[in-house]
Ligand binder design. Structure first.
Ligand code: ADP
Ligand code: MG
Length: 679
């Protein structure tokens, strides 16, 4: 019998040499080999009589050997055999497999899996002794990715041996939740009785994987709460929301309420504020900041770019004139203030957190959702409340798993009066016409145009030959719009140059801004009403939606023109969906399905790609895993008896309820499967 942690040399037929070859693929234990998942299955399950054979059809025949021969031609050889069943006889032929002659015994029955060729023979059929439990023939046969030096048939043989003699794996999920046992799972992963069972097996492993993720998130959540206490922020109930120049939407009010409840506690908040571009997240964060400052604590506000930091400065000053704000830039260095202060800046602020000791940290437009925060904040000697804002919607499947360590507030409603942005997919032929139309618009309204390009400079790379760079587009636009003021803004400009351009932009001294997406994120230009996106196919739909949200912010009718630089039906279908959909969540779901989660979040930090069995679009399965997880969690809470907020992270109880201790949890499915690494 084999145990999961057993060495490969334990396997009958595997010696030191073979084990070393498997090591080259990081296969060290029995469990590793069990998780060497077939790439596909070849269907050799169809049994036929010789008389019924049809050309090119993969089948298995059960027949007796009547003759077998081996013929050498120089260093090459050819093997022939004749077989018969009750219906007729058939010629078989192999090349360069001389041992066939010694393997096949005359007057003995075998399974032969293969295809009939033009000349009515079967070439290179697989052979196996007749039995009820075959490995290579007469079934769905697993096809593995190659391990150098090991014959595919042998790999299959080792796995068959393991699966057949695997110790029962302790596993309480099976009985409690009516799932395949892990032993059955591994059997059907490698030697399924039918296709349906391969799916079941993979789903069972996906559940294992998902529970690992959920567990991991739950642990992070608990650690966050346990590690240190934050400042309790007293809320002035009379003046929860200050006087503002506009009426907050119901969603904004709800979000503010949720945040204020969180910070009115010593348990540190870790909340994500989600809202489409333009939904008004800044003011929500501002209200939380205001209360914190009124409690005589500092606040840190971290923006992704200098431009945005400056912009927040202006906005916050306007909305909350009483707040004392210090902008931290390369020029303006941190100086400790005795007055409660909101320190505003880019990433550099993070390095100052220990000195600032803010009671609240606000991250704007964070794409990494807490990864950085955790590692940065975990180094601090105190624990602030943390609020992360993002416009990238998080599909439900992700919210239930990798993001479940975060509390969630959603602004699912736009300030009134916003009009949907008219979006068009424009062909190159229509470029001049479009420019003429834009010219007319500019003359009529005096508004601004943004032109976004994927890169600054032309790329040498062949794959990007058609992609228009910002510098090229800048030249092109200048020649088309001789009377307009046009500027080029990108990340490589010196801070002074950038400052000048942004200032002119806000003062409406620039009509058309050509730029790259990095600079653009989150910027609020009320007068911008047209956005052109060059090489639009290079962006995910969620990113396009972000970019599109830069225009029409003052409630005017806005337009988005997409110019693709390469063409396929897939591209036009994707962009077409974009022109017709104004719902950020739908676009994110579409991205998730078609481009994967990594593309959606631009990060591999969360272990998206470490998942081997989970398909992020299978919401049903993920919901099922969540239910299981919650039931297990309840159970743990019961085991813990009186303890209020039990978590799965508590040693013995967890072991009792799940059947897995932390150690076994990881060792059953392996750290590479169970949990993505934190930080
Ligand atoms: P985002 O959620 O994209 O960060 P902002 O916070 O920058 O959006 O808000 C976009 C614009 O809408 C800002 O000019 C802001 O002052 C304004 N705004 C925010 N909330 C409202 C509201 N309830 N009514 C009208 N305008 C609002
Ligand atoms: Mg914003």
């Amino acid at each position: 019998m084999y145990s999961l942690s057993g060495k490969l040399t334990n396997i009958a037929g595997v010696g030191q040499t073979v084990a070393e070859k498997l090591t080259t693929k990081n296969l060290l234990t029995i469990k590793d080999l069990l998780l060497w998942v077939p790439l596909r299955y070849e269907d050799r399950s169809q049994q036929k009589l010789i008389v019924d054979l049809v050309k090119d059809e993969l089948v298995t025949i059960k027949a007796e050997v009547t003759s077998v021969s081996n013929q050498y031609k120089g260093r090459r050889s050819m093997q022939r055999a004749t077989i018969k069943d009750n219906s007729g006889s058939l010629k078989l032929i192999w090349f360069n497999i001389p041992y066939i002659k010694d393997t096949l015994q005359k007057e003995t029955e075998y399974f032969f899996s293969g295809k009939l060729n033009d000349r009515g023979m079967m070439t290179q059929p697989k052979i196996e002794k007749v039995s009820d439990d075959t490995t290579h023939t007469n079934r769905l046969v697993p096809i593995y990715s190659l391990v150098p030096g090991i014959k595919p048939g042998n790999l299959r043989r080792y796995l068959k041996e393991i699966v057949k003699h695997l110790d029962p794996i302790p596993d309480q999920l099976t009985e409690k939740f009516d799932l395949l046992s892990l032993n059955e799972t591994f059997k059907h992963l490698h030697f399924p009785d039918n296709q349906n069972l391969t799916i079941k097996a993979r789903e069972r492993l996906a559940i294992e994987e998902l529970l690992g993720l959920m567990q991991h998130s739950a642990e992070i959540k608990q650690q966050w709460k346990d590690s240190a206490s934050a400042h309790l922020i007293e809320i002035d109930q009379e003046n929860t929301i200050p006087k503002l120049p506009f009426i907050l939407t119901a969603a904004q009010q709800r979000s503010i309420k949720e945040i204020l409840i969180d910070i009115k506690s010593n348990t540190p908040m870790n909340r994500l504020l989600l809202g489409d571009v333009g939904s008004g997240k800044t003011v929500v964060a501002g209200v939380a900041a205001l209360h914190t400052l009124q409690n005589n604590h500092h606040v840190a506000f971290i923006a992704p770019t200098q431009i945005l930091a400056k912009q927040h400065l202006e906005t916050l000053n306007k909305l909350f004139p009483k707040i004392n704000i210090q902008l931290l830039t390369a020029q303006a260095k941190f100086s400790p203030s005795t007055k409660p202060t909101l320190y505003l800046g880019t990433h550099a602020v993070i390095n100052k957190l220990q000195e600032i000791k803010p009671a609240l940290v606000i991250y704007d437009e964070q794409h990494r959702f807490g990864v950085e925060q955790r590692s940065e904040i975990s180094k601090l000697t105190f624990r602030p409340h943390a609020l992360t804002m993002s416009a990238t919607p998080i599909p439900r499947s992700l919210m239930l798993t990798i993001f479940s360590h975060l509390e969630l507030s959603v602004i699912d409603e736009m300030p009134s009066g916003r009009k949907p942005i008219k979006t068009w997919l424009v062909s190159e032929k229509k470029r001049t016409d479009s420019y003429n139309w834009i010219k007319q618009q500019l003359q009529e309204s005096g508004e601004q145009v943004l032109v976004v390009c994927p890169f600054i400079d032309p790329s040498e790379h062949e794959a990007f030959a058609n992609v228009k760079s910002a510098t090229e587009v800048f030249a092109d636009i200048k020649s088309h719009f001789p009377d307009q003021k046009i500027e080029l803004l990108h990340g490589r400009l010196l801070p002074d140059q950038k400052n000048k351009i942004t200032k002119n932009l806000f003062n409406r001294k620039i009509d058309i801004l050509v730029t790259t997406p990095i600079v653009e994120v989150g910027i609020d230009l009320p007068a911008a009403s047209i956005i052109i996106i060059e090489s639009a196919e290079r962006f995910g739909l969620a990113s396009l939606h972000q970019l599109r949200g830069r225009v029409g912010r003052a409630g005017q009718q806005a337009y988005c023109l997409l110019f693709p630089s390469s063409h396929s039906s897939e591209i036009s279908q994707r962009l077409d969906i974009f022109t017709k959909t104004n719902d950020g969540m739908k676009l994110a779901e579409f991205d998730l399905q078609n481009r994967g989660a990594g593309d959606l979040f631009g990060t591999d930090q969360h272990g998206f790609d470490q998942l081997r069995f989970t398909n992020w679009t299978n919401v049903e399965l993920i919901t099922q895993a969540k239910k299981i997880f919650d039931k297990l969690k309840n159970k743990v809470e019961k085991v813990n008896g009186a303890t209020k907020e039990a978590s799965l992270g508590c040693g013995a109880a967890k072991e009792g309820a799940l059947g897995y201790s932390q150690a076994t949890w990881k060792s059953i499915i392996g750290p590479h499967l169970a949990t993505p690494t934190a930080n």
